[in-house]
Design a binder for this molecule. Structure first.
Ligand code: ARG
Length: 469
């Protein structure tokens, strides 16, 4: 826009110039304008206007020639925006008035009839629902893609042991495939939250007008259906002032970003030198300007961090909405930036995570080696004491603890103790105990439903792959 501030000040807004003699102050215009960000919804705004115009024509509020002029004009505007030739004007405040003013510029009278039986309040509520719905569909596809990447690698590593942790201390061996499938479960729930929010979102506010509905005989079922909504919203006051759909979207985003952040943290840990569980290629790492040996997992670190801004977006919008009286208030214009920003951050994090999952090269030997360290099979020994010599679990736990202490003093692992040494602690020990002390025996024994036994992991990975195919 090449308008000078003076010109902006002197010209009253064309949409309400009847009541206003002069234009807003420069500061008023700046704080009021949302065109800088809500232009992102131009496609949804045009979709909504096309549906509205078709309905106005159907009920006879505009004639067929007007409707054609409007739809041709909107098609031309689409092309202008697409080509980056649309003259966005801050003086016209937002995407709705920018497009409407341009339409009238192009098609005259017909453009001025488009806003019959409509307000920007129901218009923005409709556009924003359409935008969030489109974002949901895109993110859902990205989540499915990430889950596919994880499930494929999980099946390939269904029998490869790695240390399982609690408190980030070696706990019991698990398989790498089992660990990856844990994230598939999380991302599956994220998809469920999106689908659930989408169902509730899918009602059409268009026709609620400013807040009270309209005196025109509009057909709200028609506009709702043509925009792919399940039904029109039932209360006009709620329809123009509800932003639950945005909040539910941000809640789902925050939870999913938290999942991505946990996974990113594990990737950071896994590719650190002391762990060396995986290696990321040049495609997903950066070097250091001073330390030539460095290979930094920046993408994972940034995914870990994005959860902060996504959660911030949720808290920000909740704070904007709390305490707002019915119906619309301009506060609600602050709903868009957090949603746009969170959607971008979420999408980029999903793409980066899927990229890293496909890129990483696991060091199976290293994982296997560490899977057996730290007395990871101590629980297997205790369970054997329960199963074979039939000790009570608490006693078995105590005996095993003494054996761990003995091995630690000797600088060996549990399998490094002789049977004679073990018998000084528990005389009922037999040679058979050694068969449960290997990591392979340990993971293979965890056959309870949902456990880490390779047979279970293969089955779960295949189930997911089939569901996601
Ligand atoms: N740009 C506005 C928003 O995003 C559109 C609705 C304006 N409504 C109004 N009554 N001023 O909220």
């Amino acid at each position: 826009m090449s308008e000078t501030p003076e010109r902006r000040n002197s010209e009253a807004n064309r949409q309400w110039g009847g009541r206003f003699a002069a234009g807003p102050s420069v500061i008023m215009q700046e704080i009021n304008a949302s065109i800088g960000f809500d232009r992102k919804m131009w496609r949804q705004d045009i979709r909504g206007s096309l549906a509205h115009a078709a309905m106005l024509a159907r009920i006879g509020l505009i004639d067929a020639a007007d409707e054609r002029a409007i739809s041709d004009g909107l098609a031309a505007i689409s092309a202008e925006i697409e080509a980056g030739r649309f003259p966005f004007a801050e003086a016209l405040e937002d995407i709705h008035m920018n497009i409407e003013a341009r339409l009238t510029e192009r098609v005259g009278e017909a453009g001025k009839r488009l806003h019959t039986a409509r307000s920007r309040n129901d218009q923005v509520a409709t556009d924003f629902r359409l935008w969030v719905r489109d974002a949901i569909d895109g993110l859902d596809a990205q989540l499915a893609d990430l889950m596919r990447a994880l499930a494929e690698r999980a099946e390939a590593h269904a029998a490869d042991p790695m240390p399982g942790f609690t408190h980030l201390q070696t706990a019991q061996p698990v398989t790498f495939g089992h660990h990856l499938l844990a994230y598939v479960e999380m991302f599956g729930r994220d998809r469920g939250r999106l689908a659930d929010g989408r169902r509730r979102l899918n009602e059409c506010p268009l026709g609620s007008a400013a807040l009270a509905g309209t005196s025109f005989p509009i057909d709200r079922d028609m506009t709702a259906a043509s925009l792919g909504f399940d039904r029109p919203t039932a209360n006009s006051l709620d329809a123009v002032s509800d932003r639950d759909f945005a909040l539910e979207f941000l809640s789902a985003a925050a939870i999913s970003a938290m999942h991505l952040s946990r996974m990113a943290e594990e990737i950071v840990i896994w590719c650190s030198a002391p762990f060396r569980f995986i290696r990321l290629s040049d495609a997903f790492t950066t070097g250091s300007s001073i330390m030539p040996q460095k290979r930094n997992p920046d993408a994972a670190e940034l995914v870990r961090a994005k959860a902060g801004r996504v959660t911030g977006a949720l808290v920000g919008l909740l704070t904007v909405m709390k305490g707002l009286p019915l119906a619309y208030a301009k506060d609600m214009q602050e709903d868009k930036e957090p949603v746009f920003d969170a959607a971008d951050a979420w999408a980029l994090s999903l793409a980066a995570t899927a990229g890293m999952v496909r890129d990483m090269t696991p060091d199976i030997a290293r994982m296997r080696e560490l899977a057996g360290s730290g007395f990871a099979t101590a629980t297997d020994l205790a369970d054997w004491l329960v199963r074979v010599p039939r000790l009570a679990f608490r006693d078995a736990h105590h005996v095993t603890g003494r054996l761990v202490a003995m091995a630690e003093a000797k600088g060996a692992d549990l399998a490094g103790l002789s049977l004679a040494e073990m018998r000084t602690v528990e005389p009922r020990m037999t040679d058979a105990v050694f068969s449960v002390l290997t990591v392979d025996a340990s993971v293979a024994s965890r056959t309870s439903y949902g456990g880490t036994a390779p047979a279970n992991v293969v089955e779960q990975a295949r189930r997911w792959r089939a569901a996601l195919a």
